[in-house]
Write a protein that binds this ligand. Structure first.
Ligand code: CDP
Ligand code: MG
Length: 742
């Protein structure tokens, strides 16, 4: 069993077969994982976390979880038993004990930093306390989240707790999707959406409280908000007062003061507090039971395979309790999900059944809801999640965590290429992530965490990750700030972006014609910012107006802005997929191919049943989820065009050059020229040598010049989403671009 230290480790790594594993079809996977115990029963979240002299008592009220169960009288609107149950659950959350103290602190101060264990009730309860106590006044309470899935699922939960339907008292707003009504008082939204609202309402006057949640993630948008909120506080409240002072002065300058609450799961609290003139930090005691942590004895090359074996080891050897597996991304989740289901089907009938629940950003809401449903009897739930389940979303019932130690991280590779682009790379997590992940196992009772990496690897991890502002492209942020007449280099950030990154952003804006020579925003730049798109795609849309092909360009941009890819790219089935896709194929490349595929889908959708559509998509290796999302996005982009007086109906007809020319305007920094070898391409405004991705319709084609959506790294740098362009396009634009002086 698992509780021995290094007991049971056979020198040759061979282990007695796992019980029942033969019947379970695991013969080919008989290598059993060997773990070392690192925890000695210390609560996972405290171990090694004593930074800044702050310690949190995480052992609060362990066993009192269900003590008050039964019906408490006085919950007024206790209609259905479901809503009574929810009210009961609310009262049992650790944060409920601190309700009055919390309300008092927030009522008396402009800014509060609130720190607490994941699952203690911060995100769902604090907004409701603000509403119920009346301190939010008549304004809206905004609660920002780094991820859209968190914003939508939390809004649904809180609406249920308030006994209202989503879109009434509680709503949400994420890019391309909003559920909001005139009665809305609590709004869960992505940090990006609130930044966007600054453009139309620079003082955020609709809001009486802004709660910046998951602040420890330090996304670029969150950092921007933290910076902007400081100036907004000065304007709306007349300043940020340190604790003790200021009560009287609070409403001196405005009848509409703002309250800011920064919420975080980890120990970065002091940095936030310092930034806001040493405002008060409050702690919520969480419920944390001990978590035993095991590391592998050797490092694992194939973490998906290791996770599979570990899962069945748990399933066969360990008592009931749900399993949460952390993986870097959607592809790994889908592949592991398939394998687990395959093997689970071969388990003997007397074994507990397995129910898998994937959880990642691109998952449709209906499927997300599955993870919150209670596990059926005699079934073990296995949740396969990205780091979304680290802190943003608390899933009840987890007893076992399997941590691959990997996540996806966006990196701006400015120096590698000269021009700079974002790449999403699978990388090692940080120590603080590893501790958060382990902590997920100890919410309700003692838990276990199996790390698919060695203890040395854990020790070698960085303590916490660099804030995104220091590693991502600043182009979009710089444009938004320009619209507010502000320059990114002048702002007071918690961590400053580096100069090179700022210059790279300004250069991109110049290339897009969004700023002029004196770095002032242009009319075109303002129009770009009005679209809920990356500036380069917005620029393509604007260019399509000149080239009378907005219909096609919006189709393409909608698909490119979706959370998942349109074409399934399974390397084993690449040939079969290419074969059936031939009918969509356009000679100019992948962008017009998207238009063809989208149109074919709509023809099918116009006449066929839902099931037939789905089947059709499967046969074409098309992701229907992407198509449905793209059509929604397209509606919004068309609406944006109408607001701006742009006719989106203009069509290129058969002249695809109009389309590629428009796209080229936005993707100018993503252009490359064929080299004499006839295979590789050299970036026009960068130094990298790239190849066309084998999944592209232009793979193996000789074209003089290309534009592409993105670069991916494997054994080579590949361009994905490629179209051919005439060299003449490059000549036309180079004259304008030469005027750039860094
Ligand atoms: O923000 P924090 O991590 O402190 O906790 P929370 O998100 O407010 O969650 C409090 C409790 O609500 C957790 O125990 C969750 O299990 C529960 N919850 C839920 O059941 N369904 C949701 N969609 C969200 C939260
Ligand atoms: Mg939370």
């Amino acid at each position: 069993t698992m509780n021995g230290k290094i007991n049971g480790v056979h020198p040759n790594g061979r282990q007695p077969a796992v019980n029942g594993s033969g019947k379970a079809g695991l013969q080919s996977r008989k290598r059993k994982h060997v773990y070392m115990d690192a925890s000695d029963d210390e609560p996972a979240d405290t171990k090694g976390h004593k930074a800044n002299g702050v310690t949190i008592n995480v052992n609060g009220r362990d066993q009192q979880f269900r003590r008050n169960s039964g019906n408490l009288n006085g919950t007024s609107s206790a209609g259905s038993s479901k809503s009574r149950e929810l009210q009961e659950q609310r009262k049992q959350l650790p944060i409920a004990q601190g309700r009055e103290a919390l309300i008092e602190q927030i009522a008396n101060h402009h800014v509060t930093v609130l720190l607490g264990e994941t699952g203690s009730g911060k995100t769902t309860q604090v907004p409701q306390y603000l509403l119920e106590s009346g301190i939010a006044g008549s304004g809206i309470i905004a609660v920002t989240q780094p991820r859209r899935v968190a914003a939508t699922s939390l809004a649904a939960r809180v609406a249920a707790e308030q006994g209202t339907t989503l879109g009434g008292l509680v709503g949400y707003s994420v890019r391309f999707d909003e559920v909001a009504g005139p009665d809305m008082r609590i709004k869960y939204m992505t940090d990006g959406m609130l930044v966007r609202e600054l453009l139309s309402d620079p003082l955020l006057t609709r809001y009486s409280v802004v709660v910046v949640d998951e602040a420890h993630e330090r996304t670029l948008r969150t950092d921007l908000l933290i910076t902007k909120l400081k100036t907004i506080l000065k304007k709306r409240n007349g300043g940020i007062f340190p604790e003790g002072k200021g009560k009287g002065k609070a409403a001196a300058t405005s009848g509409n003061p703002l309250k800011v609450i920064i919420m975080s799961a980890t120990l970065d609290a002091e940095k936030f507090s310092k930034f806001y003139n040493n405002c008060k930090i409050l702690y919520v005691k969480g419920r944390q039971h001990s978590v035993k942590i095991y590391h592998t004895a050797e490092s694992q090359v194939d973490y998906v395979d290791a996770a599979l074996r570990t899962f069945f080891q748990i399933h066969v050897d360990h008592p009931p309790g749900d399993v949460l597996i952390f993986l870097p991304g959607q592809e790994d989740i889908e592949s592991l999900d398939k394998s687990i289901r395959l093997y689970a089907n071969r388990l003997p009938v007397d074994k507990m059944a397995v129910m898998t629940c994937p959880m990642f950003a691109a998952l449709p809401p209906a499927q997300q809801a599955k993870i919150f449903q209670s596990t059926p009897t005699n079934t073990r739930k296995c949740i396969l999640a990205t780091n979304i389940a680290e802190t943003s979303i608390t899933i009840p019932g987890i007893k076992y965590v399997i941590d691959t130690g990997k996540h996806k991280e966006k990196l701006h590779l400015a120096h590698d290429t000269g021009s700079g682009f974002d790449a999403l790379l699978t990388r090692d997590i940080t120590k603080s992530s590893a501790m958060q992940r382990a902590g997920r196992a100890g919410r309700e009772d003692k838990g276990y965490c199996f790390r698919l990496y060695t203890e040395e690897a854990f020790e070698a991890m960085a303590v916490s990750s660099e804030p995104e502002i220091r590693r991502t492209s600043l182009t979009s942020a710089a444009l938004q700030l320009k619209c507010l007449d502000e320059d990114i280099e002048d702002l007071d950030f918690m961590d400053r972006p580096d100069v090179e990154s700022i210059m790279s952003a300004l250069k991109s804006l110049w290339f897009l014609n969004a700023i002029d020579k004196s770095r002032r925003i242009t009319d075109a730049g303002r129009s770009m910012a009005a679209f809920p798109l990356e500036p380069n795609l917005a620029s393509a849309v604007l260019e399509s107006v000149k080239n009378t092909c907005t219909l096609e360009v919006i189709d393409i941009v909608s698909v490119l802005s979706s959370t998942s890819k349109l074409f399934f790219d399974i390397s084993d089935e690449r040939e079969a997929a290419a074969e059936v896709r031939r009918k969509f194929r356009h000679r100019s490349g992948d962008h017009m191919t998207i238009v063809n595929a989208l149109r074919s889908y709509q023809d099918v959708a116009a006449t066929e049943s839902k099931a037939a559509r789905k089947e059709w998509c499967r046969k074409q290796y098309l992701n229907e989820r992407t198509l449905l999302e793209a059509i929604k996005i397209r509606d919004q982009l068309r609406a944006t065009c109408e607001k701006m007086g742009i006719d989106w109906r203009t069509s290129a007809q058969d002249d695809e050059k109009l389309v590629t020319k428009s796209l080229f305007r936005g993707l100018v920094l993503h252009s490359a020229l064929l080299q004499p070898d006839g295979i590789t391409f050299k970036q026009v405004y960068g130094r990298s040598v790239i190849k066309i991705h084998p999944g592209s319709t232009l793979a193996d084609q000789k074209v003089p010049a290309i534009i592409y959506d993105e670069l991916v790294y494997t054994n080579h740098i590949y361009a994905r989403g490629v179209s051919a362009i005439p060299k003449a396009f490059l000549a036309e634009i180079s004259i304008q671009i030469k005027n750039w002086v860094a």
